[in-house]
Ligand binder design. Structure first.
Ligand SMILES: NC(=O)c1ccc[n+]([C@@H]2O[C@H](COP(=O)([O-])OP(=O)(O)OC[C@H]3O[C@@H](n4cnc5c(N)ncnc54)[C@H](OP(=O)(O)O)[C@@H]3O)[C@@H](O)[C@H]2O)c1
Length: 282
């Protein structure tokens, strides 16, 4: 079987590629910089860029199944990925697995991520939409500098509990979603198996590293200015502050059995993730 993976060098995409290669599948991986990627048997890197969304779509010819995701920082996910759905349809792709985000189900139809989901649903191609909750990996990427510099998690999350998910479990769920045996043409909500608040996250990180890491429940305004200082664009910073406020109101607490169903395993617990990755925060 031939697969195409968008965002193939990213946190989720790289995991999907690795799992597919391990099974002996043939994969086309999308990146902005193919020359910087490691070459491997059965893996072909192609150049794509959201600045010209159609670039690379010609490689969909002969592809059986596709994984689509929108690179973070981009607000118009619909315009970025619509050409990939259109060309997939033209080329007779058998299934598209699209990753959006938990909560999109409540968004109005004109919100680009929701508009993209609806477009895929109406495309006539077999699909699965995966809506993951907040990633555990944010603590090793987006929120890492505060942890390294000040030993603090800066986030406007209050005391709300969140069923954080390990991005490796998302990758395993994507590969599970490619299987013909799973119920198709529907969405799944990917969550961890427990819901914890940011103070509990800080305790797990402290326990795993032996360093005292604390949680600073900052205001939404401070969160936005910290994101801007880190190079995040204003519209995406506002969007992150908006979804953080939904988290604070308790909307990220749900726990589903969808990872177990798709990936065939229980989701990783935050404590396990922290232990396994402790060197990142030291
Ligand atoms: N973080 C969370 O808590 C969370 C929660 C729910 C949903 N999500 C969703 O998950 C997605 C992020 O997934 P991730 O963490 O796996 O992302 P990631 O690790 O940041 O990877 C981004 C991927 O996109 C590629 N990319 C970046 N800019 C690009 C551009 N301009 N054109 C084409 N490709 C580009 C990167 O490749 P190169 O750099 O090699 O080009 C990389 O492969 C987003 O859609 C976000 O909404 C995130």
């Amino acid at each position: 079987m031939k697969y195409l993976v968008y965002g193939a060098s990213g946190g989720v995409g790289r995991g999907v590629v690795n799992l597919l290669l391990k099974r002996g599948e043939s994969v086309i991986g999308c990146t902005r910089k193919p020359s910087l990627q490691k070459s491997e048997i059965n893996l072909t890197w192609i150049e794509v860029n959201t600045e010209s969304p159609e670039k690379g779509t010609a490689f969909l010819k002969g592809i059986d199944k596709v994984f689509l995701m929108s690179p973070p920082g981009h607000m118009d996910q619909y315009s970025l990925l619509k050409p990939w759905i259109d060309e997939s349809k033209k080329q007779g792709v058998k299934k598209i697995v699209l990753m959006t985000a938990m909560g999109i189900e409540h968004a109005p139809p004109e919100v680009p991520f929701k508009k993209l989901e609806l477009y895929l649903q109406e495309s006539g191609i077999d699909y699965i939409i995966l809506r993951p909750n907040w990633f555990m990996q944010n603590f090793q990427t987006s929120w890492l500098s505060g942890i390294k510099k000040d030993r603090k998690i800066y986030f406007p999350g209050g005391t709300a509990k969140v069923s954080f998910i390990d991005s490796e479990d998302i990758a395993k769920s994507v590969v599970g979603a490619f299987e013909d045996s799973v119920e198709k043409n529907r969405a799944y909500m990917l969550t961890g198996r427990e819901a914890i608040n940011h103070s509990e996250v800080a305790s797990y990180l402290s326990k795993a590293t032996g360093i005292t890491i604390s949680y600073d429940d900052i205001s939404s305004e401070r969160f936005v200015s910290m994101l801007l200082e880190n190079g995040v664009k204003q519209d995406y910073a506002n969007f992150l502050a908006y979804i953080a406020s939904a988290l604070k109101e308790g909307h990220s607490i749900a726990i589903t059995g969808d990872v177990k169903y798709l990936a065939g395993k229980e989701p990783t617990k935050f404590e396990e993730y922290a232990k396994e990755n402790s060197s990142i925060w030291i």
